[in-house]
Design a binder for this molecule. Structure first.
Ligand code: ATP
Ligand code: MG
Length: 424
């Protein structure tokens, strides 16, 4: 990624009107600010500003997954039905969000063999690992990817938080036994909390006890409090964890030791989800290992998902204000928004160009608003785009020998000397 872009060159334009067909705040703001483009319902392209933000979220997740021993790879979106038939998940009655396609056959078009279009990767990865795992010495392994999933979602009204085509970070764990699986599972839960802290939604995000679906008795979701959420959770302020409404039964409350505890009900967005898989897939597909006694045993698995675009949309929902987006430093498309207010004054323009070159030569991350437009428009666009620090170069700042520095999140204005800015 380049460190700098001139706004006069950027192909995207901001817009004042709210897209009429968008009900979600994240999509409205991200479209207006030129981060995303809606192709059709539930399908969005990432534009330069959007891609930079998305890549920053990806990088945070990657660092935390690497830190707990994850190995990155990438699998294909086209999938072999055979392995899904083995696990019993090929039928639409088993998985209702499948997109499927056909191969050509013969010279004229006839529908040939069916192919699956990835909605998740437990089956193909489990089968692949039969080539690589045979002994307890080969375990544990933690494997992940950032890979595009396709899901025929019925509800797609949440902007980039629920789309029919989206990149998922999916990690899969492979352990010899339940105990070592559980240790990794807890490590990954901690890594998830670090990720959500780093991208700016840590304070509002709760590890949430949830249903395990068809895989196990339970799973853990990471839920961020927001009116835009689709889930209802009950927060226990003593433990700092929560419970999904779906599993709010007297039995579960008893299991958690939460009897008599007062719980706070909140609407929330599921930003991440971790699942024990047990031996559901290793049994079906035959992924086994030999233990020290030479016995053949099934590998114990888990899966761990985060949608980087859903996380990005959640940040937009939770941190934006009436003027536009507000990005935390770590994921902002740029750290500085350099805005020149030259009013036709050559000297001011020259000064801004010089400062831009200085920042560029230090590899600072800068969007330079060098456009010839009114002050009001520049500020409105800057607020909408939401870069954390705005540096203003004007006649006033030239006279003062310092630049104006505005923090987007708080609106606080200070003055900063060139050296101090460049040393940052
Ligand atoms: P949901 O319950 O929201 O439909 P899920 O439980 O089916 O999601 P998982 O298979 O657990 O989703 O996916 C792991 C993560 O991938 C989710 O926590 C979420 O961050 C992300 N994700 C899932 N579905 C979508 C989607 N349609 N669009 C964008 N991100 C998604
Ligand atoms: Mg889920």
């Amino acid at each position: 990624m380049t460190h700098t872009i001139r706004q006069s060159v950027l192909f995207t334009k901001t817009r004042k009107d709210t897209p009429k067909d968008e009900v979600s705040k994240n999509a409205q703001l991200l479209i207006r600010a030129g981060y995303i483009h809606k192709e059709m319902a539930g399908v969005y392209s990432l534009l330069p500003l959007g891609l930079r933000t998305f890549n920053n979220v990806v990088q945070v997740i990657r660092e935390e997954m690497d830190a707990i021993g994850g190995q990155e790879m990438i699998m294909t979106a086209l999938q072999d039905p055979e392995v899904w038939k083995t696990s019993g998940r090929w039928e639409d009655t088993a998985v209702d969000i499948w997109f499927k396609t056909h191969l050509h056959s013969g010279e004229q078009y006839h529908e040939g063999a069916e192919l699956g279009i990835a909605n998740t990767h437990e089956e193909p990865l489990t089968r692949m690992l039969k080539d690589h795992i045979s002994s307890y010495k080969d375990l544990p392994k933690f494997i992940y990817q950032f890979q595009t999933k396709f899901r025929n979602e019925t509800r797609a009204k949440s902007g980039i938080m629920r789309t029919r085509e989206f990149v998922m970070k999916d990690l899969y764990s492979f352990n010899t036994d339940e105990k070592s699986f559980r240790e990794f599972y807890e490590k990954c839960a901690e890594a998830y909390l670090r990720i959500f802290n780093r991208i700016g939604i840590g304070e509002k995000t709760y590890r949430t006890f949830a249903s395990g679906g068809s895989f196990s008795r339970f799973s853990d979701e990471f839920q961020t409090i927001s009116d835009a959420g689709e889930d209802m959770i009950y927060i226990n302020d003593t433990t700092g964890t929560a419970l999904n409404k779906e599993v709010n039964t007297t039995e579960v409350i008893k299991d958690l030791g939460w009897e008599g505890v007062s719980l706070r009900e909140e609407r929330a967005i599921e930003v991440g989800n971790i699942f024990p898989l047990g031996t559901r897939f290793s049994d079906a597909i035959g992924l086994t290992y030999k233990n020290e006694e030479g016995e053949e045993l099934p590998v114990v698995m888990g899966s761990y998902g985060i949608g980087p675009a859903r996380a990005m949309g959640t940040v937009a929902e939770v941190l934006s204000d009436e003027r536009g987006l507000v990005w935390p430093e770590e994921i902002a498309p740029f750290k500085y928004h350099l805005v020149v207010l030259d009013n036709g004054t050559e000297e001011v323009r020259k000064e801004a160009e010089r400062l831009f070159r200085e920042m560029e030569s230090r590899s600072m991350s800068v969007l330079f608003d060098d456009r010839d437009v009114r002050v009001g428009e520049k500020f409105a666009d800057s607020d909408l785009i939401g870069i954390p620090k705005r540096v203003i170069v004007s006649e006033k700042t030239l006279a003062a020998g310092e630049y104006e520095l505005v923090t987007r999140a708080t609106g606080a204005t200070t003055y900063i000397r060139e050296q101090e800015l460049l040393d940052n």
